[in-house]
Design a protein around this ligand. Structure first.
Ligand code: CO
Length: 238
């Protein structure tokens, strides 16, 4: 059994989006499991678009294995357990049936919920509408509804810095009230530490801007720079 099952689309999303909440709850003694869906190991030859990402990441030979190692360190920094799913990131999925992947992921998540019996399932809200985030979110909502486990969807970061448009939910579900979590200073520090471990992603996350940790700090204090760091998630209502 675990207290919380968090379903992360990619190797970094859970830490970026709600890492401090995870660290805070872990420090309170709750058992946390982070399942990263699109962490499957691709086989070469890689599609050209994927090769461009590999150059940006400075990872050419076995890029996802290297990213898994970063994630294992990051999860350790948060004090949570990380598990890597077998599904290929969108940049490696060519010509396959997307509906098949979505269905398989949903079945996998139902199995995970049945095996671990979490009290709460966390997923992403798909702010920014990344294809993998939408697929992971919809599968998470469907699995939570099927199994009757309470669900919250986190603010995808850094996407949430530039968009507030929550994409419509599946199964006729509606967005409920937002929940703001104010993690401890130590938990915020653990998040910064965890985010720092995803070295390969830093060039991309910097995005011509400040280092990702600074962007997250600024966003978490709100537009007026409040004294408290916060993370945000939403409830889902029928
Ligand atoms: Co992502």
């Amino acid at each position: 059994m675990v207290d919380v099952l968090a379903v992360s689309p990619h190797l970094d999303d859970a830490a970026l989006s709600c890492g401090a909440t995870l660290a805070h709850w872990a420090a309170e003694g709750r058992d946390m499991l982070v399942y990263t869906a699109f962490a499957g190991l691709p086989e070469p030859p890689f599609p050209p678009a994927a090769q461009r990402f590999h150059e940006l990441w400075d990872l050419r030979d076995d890029p996802v294995r290297a990213r898994r190692a970063e994630d294992t360190e990051a999860m350790g920094a948060l004090g949570v357990k990380g598990v890597h799913g077998p599904f290929l990131d969108a940049i490696y999925r060519e010509g396959g049936d997307e509906a098949d992947v979505a269905g398989e992921l949903e079945r996998e998540l139902v199995k995970l919920v049945e095996a671990y019996r979490p009290r709460l399932v966390l997923g992403c809200s798909a702010l920014g509408r990344h294809k993998d985030h939408l697929m992971a979110r919809d599968a998470t909502v469907r699995a939570a509804v099927t199994t009757g486990v309470p669900l919250r969807l986190w603010e995808d970061l850094p996407y949430g810095i530039w968009t507030r448009e929550l994409p419509p939910l599946p199964l006729g579900r509606e967005w409920g009230p937002a929940v703001v979590i104010e993690p401890s200073v130590d938990a915020w520090r653990a998040k910064r530490d965890a985010v720092g471990r995803y070295l390969s992603q830093h060039a991309m996350l910097r995005y011509g801007e400040a280092p990702i940790e600074e962007q997250l700090d600024r966003h978490a204090r709100g537009p007026v720079g409040g004294p408290v760091f916060a993370e945000q998630m939403w409830t889902v209502v029928p």
